[in-house]
Design a binder for this molecule. Structure first.
Ligand code: PRX
Length: 635
């Protein structure tokens, strides 16, 4: 059993304990799990190299903690409840025992394909139970999974496969999303024209799309699994053996392969899941994320399954067949904890109350949000219309790099405030730092959010580039992990996340590097250079505004070029990175030393050209005038 907090006093007590003696605190949490060999030391760390090791020399397998540890008590209970894209298709459930069998069979399949401990397996799949099975099968045999969100392009998939040098790719013929089909195998084939490390592609039949199978490389999932043994001994892993790689965007162009390891991630995902959502045995928990993102890894798969929970997986989208789909699912399965992103709440709010009113939502006990700041209007709508004023909202702040929730209310225990992530979880030591690197103590302060002590779920490195890991997170402020977020601590000591302070934008809860989008735009033959900034967007939180300087505007005129730039980004990265607005400009505002003054572009994109600050270092002030004149938002 994972230790649970039951009261505000309990939270304060645990928090104080975790700061006074982090080692004792995390040792106690580690005790809740099954280790083949106990750790010698709880933590060994410094933020200079940086070196971060938790449960040092502990030996375990995370799937033994999901299955063997839970089977006696939970064997016949549902582990995964799966709701298909189309409400008319039959749903599926897998009990812990059934899931265990599937995981073992697929783990044996992977072993037969020559996959062993430490090998990388790329996964590009729709939201079907086999996706969760794939993750767990990798973990069973010690292979490192690298899930690539099924909305990414062939090019993005290729980059990620090559960076990790994956040996096997798991995909499907296609994926259903609302009334559309994503041709996953076709996209994978395109990616694989340039991926020399891939030996085998395992293809799940889902959409029955007409696809090509490459002889000697591609095999059908069902055929590969057929006849495999239902027993697969778990590989013994060291606490610090990598469990998975997950790519995320940073302020430079190339995506970063964030590496999470086994022991610490297990303890952190299990502990935070049980506590933040206050999950009780028998509850049905529904997280609407895609497993292609960290939220899905930690809070659809690992956290809930470690806690022996019933986790609901939904294949489709919130607005199909209509904007009441989430609420139909909540009512169909009597969901108790519901976890989604503010962008989804805003999108549903915009569709009107008729889709939520009249739905049977009385089973709901806890509502959660993640991925971006939640505005007060969305918070209140969620609270009043979905939660019927009965459910606490947990606004959970965390990141791909943190592995699990860091700052959040404990459901029903921490008093909430709209749009505040409230207080750090036990074991998390946030600090607010000025731009000059000075720690801002006390309340009513605002600055950069850093963490000054390690926690078990934190990333250990960037795959193949530890120096980039150091530079990105540990070089801005001495001896601290820098999150990239701005934050305010109010008069009550509550934290409110203000958004990114670096060149990362958050579009519909998806994190995108502006440099990554600019690189894609610059591939267009007519583009000389570009600058991308975020701007306030009613549904997406931030929209993508691209300022693009072109040479000749011959083919198809301005509209044609704008469209082909947008299509180019979709092709190179994926639809999530497609700019909402493309303004063709005569040039970009630059300093005499050639640096783009993004501050000015951000102001214009925000529709405020009144206070551009000091522009005396600008090379050419006329360019700014022209940009303001041609702005695509009201300035
Ligand atoms: O800016 C913060 C924002 O999302 C970023 C992390 O993105 P990603 O690694 O994709 O992980 C998203 C899911 C964990 C953060 O740096 N963010 C995440 N949660 C919140 C948030 N901003 C405000 N409030 C939140 N609750």
């Amino acid at each position: 059993m994972i230790n649970k907090i039951h009261s505000l006093g309990g939270y304060i007590h645990e928090y104080q304990k975790s700061v006074a003696n982090p080692q004792a605190f995390w040792a106690q949490q580690g005790e809740s799990f099954f280790w083949r060999k106990r750790w010698d030391k709880v933590v060994d760390w410094n933020f200079d190299e940086p070196k971060i090791q938790w449960y040092v020399n502990g030996k375990l397998n995370i799937t033994e903690n999901i299955f063997e540890r839970n089977l006696y008590t939970h064997g016949s209970q549902e582990a995964i409840i799966w709701e298909p894209n189309n409400p008319d298709e039959e749903s599926r459930t897998l009990t812990y025992s059934e899931l265990f069998v599937e995981v073992n069979k697929f783990a044996n399949t992977l072993r037969r394909l020559g996959v062993g401990k430490g090998d990388r397996v790329a996964i590009y799949m729709p939201m079907v139970p086999e996706l969760a099975i794939a993750l767990l099968a990798c973990a069973r045999i010690g292979a490192i999974h690298s899930v690539v969100f099924a909305g990414f392009s062939a090019n993005a998939l290729k980059e990620r496969i090559n960076d990790a040098a994956a040996k096997v790719l798991l995909t499907a013929d296609g994926g259903f999303r609302g009334d559309k089909i994503t041709p996953l195998k076709q996209i994978a084939d395109e990616a694989l024209t340039n991926c020399s490390s891939i030996e085998t592609v395992v293809v799940l039949k889902r959409t029955k799309s007409d696809i090509e199978m490459v002889v000697g490389r591609d095999i059908w999932w069902h055929k590969a699994v057929d006849g495999q043994s239902e027993v697969c001994p778990a590989e013994e892993m060291d606490s610090e053996d990598p469990l998975f790689i997950l790519y995320t965007s940073g302020s430079t162009g190339k995506p970063k392969g964030i590496v999470h390891t086994t022991g610490g991630y297990m303890v952190y995902s299990g502990y935070t899941f049980s506590n933040v959502f206050q999950y009780h045995a028998g509850d049905v928990y529904f997280c609407t994320a895609d497993i292609g993102w960290i939220t899905g890894h930690t809070y659809i798969v690992y956290g809930p399954l470690l806690a022996g929970a019933k986790t609901l997986m939904f294949e489709g989208v919130p607005t199909w067949p209509d904007a009441g789909r989430f609420w139909d699912i909540v009512s169909k399965y009597q969901v108790n904890q519901f976890y989604t992103a503010p962008t989804a709440i805003r999108a549903l709010l915009a569709k009107g109350n008729e889709f939520v009113e009249g739905k049977k939502l009385s089973s709901l006990k806890v509502l959660g949000t993640v991925g971006e700041p939640i505005n007060e209007e969305a918070w209140h709508w969620y609270h009043d219309h979905v939660g019927r004023n009965q459910c606490p909202i947990v606004d959970t702040w965390w990141q791909t790099e943190t592995g699990g929730v860091m700052v959040s209310p404990i459901a029903g225990i921490t008093p909430t405030k709209p749009s505040f992530a409230t207080l750090p979880l036990p074991g998390v030591q946030p600090v607010i730092v000025s731009n000059e690197g000075k720690e801002l103590t006390g309340n009513s302060v605002e600055g950069n959010l850093c963490i000054k002590y390690p926690w078990p779920g934190m990333a250990r490195t960037i795959w193949g580039d530890h120096e980039r890991f150091r530079q990105t997170y540990f070089s801005s402020y001495s001896k601290m992990y820098f999150t990239g977020d701005g934050v305010k601590r109010d008069e009550d000591g509550y934290y409110r996340i203000l958004g990114r302070v670096d060149d990362v934008i958050n579009v519909s809860g998806h994190r995108l590097g502006t440099a990554e989008i600019e690189n894609a735009i610059n591939e267009h033959p007519l583009v000389n250079e570009s600058a991308v900034v975020g701007y306030p967007h009613a549904i997406k939180g931030q929209g993508i505004y691209a300022f693009v300087a072109c040479g000749e505007l011959s083919t198809g005129g301005e509209d044609g070029i704008r469209k082909s730039i947008m299509q180019g980004v979709t092709k190179i990265i994926g639809p999530i990175a497609r700019p909402d607005l493309v303004q063709l400009v005569p040039g970009l505002p630059k300093t005499r030393s050639g640096k783009i003054m993004r501050r000015i572009l951000r102001k214009v994109a925000e529709g405020d050209a009144t206070n551009l600050g000091d522009i005396s270092t600008l090379l050419d002030e006329d360019v700014v005038e022209q940009i303001i004149d041609g702005a695509l938002v009201d300035v």
